[in-house]
Ligand binder design. Sequence first.
Ligand code: SF4
Ligand code: SF4
Length: 273
Amino acid sequence: MKEIYEKLNKDPERRGELGPESRFKFNCHKGIACFNKCCGELEIFLSPYDILRMKRRFGKTSGEFLVEYTDMVVTDKNKLPFIKLRMAEGKQCKFVTKEGCSIYEDRPLACRYYPLGFAIGKRTMTEGEDFYFLIEESFCKGFKEDKEWVVKDWREREGIAKYESMNSDWIEVILNKKLLGKSVVPDEKTISMFILGAYDVDAFRVFVHESKFLQIFDLNDEELQLITENEEELMKFAHRWLRYALFREPTMYLKNRDEVNEPQKGSGCSSCQ
Ligand code: SF4
Ligand code: SF4
């Protein structure tokens, strides 16, 4: 399979690869015959920023949101849990109504991208470039419409850059080469750390303020104020902590150490609890 993919990978046209300047024909509107058909029988994986936006919309904590609206799945490839939106009975998305998406302003990144898909080629087994592609479902009439889009304009309309910036450190975590190595099997502690840092921002806030975290990690007053007052900054900080705690990347500073950027064994999250 990998071989076939690598061969296809050498031929961008055959692979249907699109770049930011590529054009595609598509239009979606309420009067179209297939309206809402794309909001059922599908798997929607949520990014951390999706979870933050949606839990806020529903006035839930991140923990409550995860329990009530999502399922956790572990992929063979990444070995760490990913979060999937739980569908209603009948496999419809819980948020679809006759009028369309009831959480439109906070719809997940995958829904924003659709009908585009996005493949991260860099740093994965194919070592190719990142690219976009069209997800052409047979039921979707949007491709028969006359409106033409440029990929970069679609991205702008859908506010995708903000999501990518919010999720950037999390992407670094899930694409870490150590994790992609076949022999790595994360233990329970690693998995718990990942869930806490990646998806459960409210539990992470408690962890920062009610454990020894602030005695161990060196944050200046400005940083502390920022992550205390701004939940998005707290989420990004949690992702940087994950890079440190899981892979010992120099993304955090320890107090009382000269070699603050050189974390050593044992200085991960277990010492903070
Ligand atoms: S199936 Fe395609 S055209 Fe129809 S509502 Fe969904 S995205 Fe729009
Ligand atoms: S979140 Fe909204 S756009 Fe996404 S599948 Fe559900 S109803 Fe459709």
